[in-house]
Design a protein around this ligand. Structure first.
Ligand SMILES: *[C@@H]1O[C@H](CO)[C@@H](O)[C@H](O)[C@H]1NC(C)=O
Ligand SMILES: *[C@@H]1O[C@H](CO)[C@@H](O)[C@H](O)[C@H]1NC(C)=O
Ligand SMILES: *[C@@H]1O[C@H](CO)[C@@H](O)[C@H](O)[C@H]1NC(C)=O
Length: 363
């Protein structure tokens, strides 16, 4: 009996060790893969834009979902070279977006974007790409606030958009609206999706009338304001904890849409006198953006490294930085009196984000 017990213990110890090594291994792989989808050592997120006459992936005039603020051609943008670029990773090709394959693979699934208007940009792009693949199939579409839902019943697929600009909560209380850096009750609405794609950043810099909160709260401390990059980091840490506590990786794949860049400062692309994207008709040539990465990106990457559960960074920052030509400028929301160098024309750059998402989901 004693002999049996010790053998049993020894066996248990080996099992425990095996599990430990497996987990260590999985974690190592996970940190190595962070933001780096590798196929035959090719990094999908490093490369350059090349002219390709088979682009765009759909005709925006045939996609009924493109909203006014992104509908550059319809709003009179005279040039169209910006539609004709394909993202070419250095050392490999990114497989083309295949809408029919996407629909077949994700039959019965729910894909949910959570974030601000950059999430809207990507959601609209994906619904156009899928509709374009099966233009005669029925679809349903609810465009709501905060929740929008697009479905193609033949494939029982549901592509949702949940507007939530900070991911953490903004709560109305007696003294005013409070941005709560360590509260994330909004997460309740995310749990049932099979794929989640998060994004937050642009609203962290809002001030004045566009700022939808009066105080920032952390723990029991209330502030009139704090450094916005620090606030962003604290909120991401709250979000990261939510992921570790709530996500079952066998059921749900989690993505973070990287920081989408704006183009209001020509110094970044070697045109110091330029203050917006209006005259830009071509991407930056080559693989390097002179302005380098925005500080928010390293904050994001450092927080993602602390998450135990697998989260894939759709690292779209550099490839989008190169696309100073991809924004609506005066062919967007404000028209001639506006200057939108933050969002992206559709068809356009977010189609490539979805092409990367598609490829990430294949592996
Ligand atoms: C659609 O997918 C959901 C989730 O997988 C499933 O519960 C439901 O039965 C499916 N509906 C049809 C009509 O196949
Ligand atoms: C689309 O829906 C309508 C009404 O529900 C139905 O009559 C029609 O057959 C459907 N078409 C396809 C292609 O499924
Ligand atoms: C872009 O750069 C490549 C090499 O880096 C060069 O061969 C090509 O001529 C450049 N194109 C333009 C339009 O400047």
């Amino acid at each position: 009996m004693e002999y049996f017990l010790s053998v049993h213990h020894c066996f248990s110890a080996i099992v425990v060790l095996l599990i430990f090594f497996q987990q260590t291994n999985a974690n190592l792989m996970h940190s190595n893969n962070l933001g780096r989808l590798q196929t035959n050592s090719c990094d999908f997120f490093q490369g350059s834009w090349i002219f390709d006459n088979t682009y765009p992936l759909y005709d925006s005039s045939k996609c009924p979902f493109v909203e006014h603020e992104f509908n550059c051609q319809k709003n009179g943008r005279p040039d169209n070279l910006y539609l004709k670029y394909r993202w070419k990773p250095t050392g490999c090709d990114l497989p083309r977006f295949n809408g029919l394959d996407f629909l077949k693979r994700f039959t019965g699934k729910t894909i949910m974007f959570v974030g601000d208007s950059l999430s809207l940009n990507q959601w609209l792009s994906l619904t156009c790409l899928l509709h374009n693949a099966v233009p005669t199939a029925n679809y349903t579409r609810i465009r709501g606030d905060p929740l929008s839902i697009f479905t193609i019943p033949d494939y029982n697929i549901s592509i949702k958009l949940l507007r939530n600009v900070y991911l953490v909560d903004v709560v109305g209380e007696k003294i005013g609206r409070i941005l709560k850096l360590d509260s994330i009750l909004g997460g309740k609405a995310w749990k049932d999706a099979d794929t989640l794609i998060f994004n937050t950043w642009h609203w962290w810099n809002r001030r004045g009338v566009g700022q939808p909160w009066d105080y920032i709260q952390e723990g029991t401390k209330l502030y009139k304001d704090i450094n916005r990059v620090v606030a962003f980091e604290k909120a991401l840490i709250t979000w990261a904890k939510w992921i570790d506590e709530n996500i079952d990786p066998t059921k749900t794949k989690v993505f973070f849409q990287g920081i989408s860049p704006s183009h209001y400062n020509g110094i970044e692309w070697d045109k110091p006198s330029v203050k917006n994207c209006l005259i830009e008709k071509q991407p930056v040539n080559g693989t390097i953006y002179p302005g380098g990465p925005p500080p928010a990106l390293s904050v994001l990457k450092n927080v993602l490294k602390t998450i135990w559960k697998p989260v894939y960074l759709l690292d779209v920052t550099t490839l989008s930085q190169l696309r100073k030509d991809g924004h609506p400028s005066i062919y967007g929301l404000g028209g001639r009196t506006g200057m939108d160098c933050s969002h992206w024309c559709l068809a356009g750059v977010p189609d490539t984000w979805n092409q990367l998402l598609y490829n990430a989901l294949l592996y």
